[in-house]
Design a protein around this ligand. Structure first.
Ligand code: 5GP
Length: 203
């Protein structure tokens, strides 16, 4: 019996430090693959096509929506973002684990469509601190910061339906908590039926 891979969905408002936490999880657990989303937004400096996102045009994105390629997709700040269903099934079908960095609307869609999966929300220490962090990033106009903050405030309420909450007061502690969540979930008996079966057959 082969075991399906496990997927982790990580959501957080902009400025909560999600990308740094994701990087630490992937570095500590190289067996996890990162789910590379499709987006119609343009790449930022340092972003690599095929690694951070698959950067495609709006027309290409729309065509893929029409062909049912996305297991979930949203329009955010005027740009499309979506997760390829085929890519997700391929990774999980091989028994590999997958990390999805997606916002709550998409996360909810995934929760509806898949039985399994771990849903983790990253919260900043406080709303004031979130605003400070958004301002410190320095690459956005005051209007853009205001828009992100307003969206963040409404996204934060979604935390209540997630399985786990990680407060990012300190990056290293938050990353350690996420790694601990993943490791504990991997040891759940109901995820190990294949391995347990093989164990008994080997006696
Ligand atoms: P950014 O443009 O800053 O990279 O991402 C903006 C937001 O879109 C983030 O909250 C990120 O988690 C979310 N996002 C990235 N890819 C996807 C995706 O495939 N689906 C959904 N629903 N959200 C995504």
């Amino acid at each position: 019996m082969s075991d399906q891979g496990l997927f982790i969905v990580l959501s957080a408002p902009s400025g909560a430090g999600k990308s740094s936490i994701c990087r630490r999880l992937l570095a500590a657990c190289p067996e996890i693959e990162f789910s590379v989303s499709y987006t119609s937004r343009t790449p930022r400096p340092n972003e690599v096509n095929g690694k951070d996102y698959h950067f495609i045009s709006r027309e290409d994105f729309q065509r893929r929506i029409d062909q049912g390629e996305f297991v979930e997709w949203i329009e955010n700040y005027g740009h499309f973002y979506g997760t390829s269903g085929k890519a997700m099934h391929e990774v999980l079908g091989k028994g590999k684990d997958l990390l999805l960095d997606i916002e709550p609307r998409g996360a909810k869609e995934i929760k509806k469509k898949f039985e399994d999966g771990i849903f983790v929300f990253v919260l900043p220490p406080s709303l004031d601190e979130l605003l400070n962090r958004l301002k410190k990033r320095g690459h956005e106009s005051p209007e853009a910061i205001k828009t992100r903050f307003t969206q963040a405030e409404s996204e934060l309420k979604e935390v209540l339906w997630y399985d786990y909450t990680v407060f990012n007061e300190d990056l290293e502690t938050a990353a350690r908590e996420l790694i601990a969540i993943y490791r504990a979930e991997k040891c759940k008996t109901n995820r190990l039926h294949g391995k347990i079966d093989r164990f008994f057959k080997s006696c």
